[in-house]
Design a protein around this ligand. Sequence first.
Ligand SMILES: [Zn+2]
Length: 94
Amino acid sequence: MFDTIKDRLFCPFCGKQCKEDDYQTKDAGCLLASLTINELIEQYPNEATIKIYHTCDYCGKWIVINLEMLHLKLSQKDKPLTNEEFEKWASEQW
Ligand SMILES: [Zn+2]
């Protein structure tokens, strides 16, 4: 089983936009859920990396994206964390 990604990502090779639920992952709940990347971050906070993959409908390239969850969570902040804030945040995660 697997889950699908609701976000319509752009192909890094040809630049075309994929459809909803084109990307799959086996690194989350494998519940046939349709999740946005933000929902993945919220629901699987302890995963370090979630790999999503898809074959582009337009250029046929096999695309694998490693979502670095720590980086994505930090990117959701408006401004960079100070070292102190980061250490506090990291200690709460693990
Ligand atoms: Zn493509």
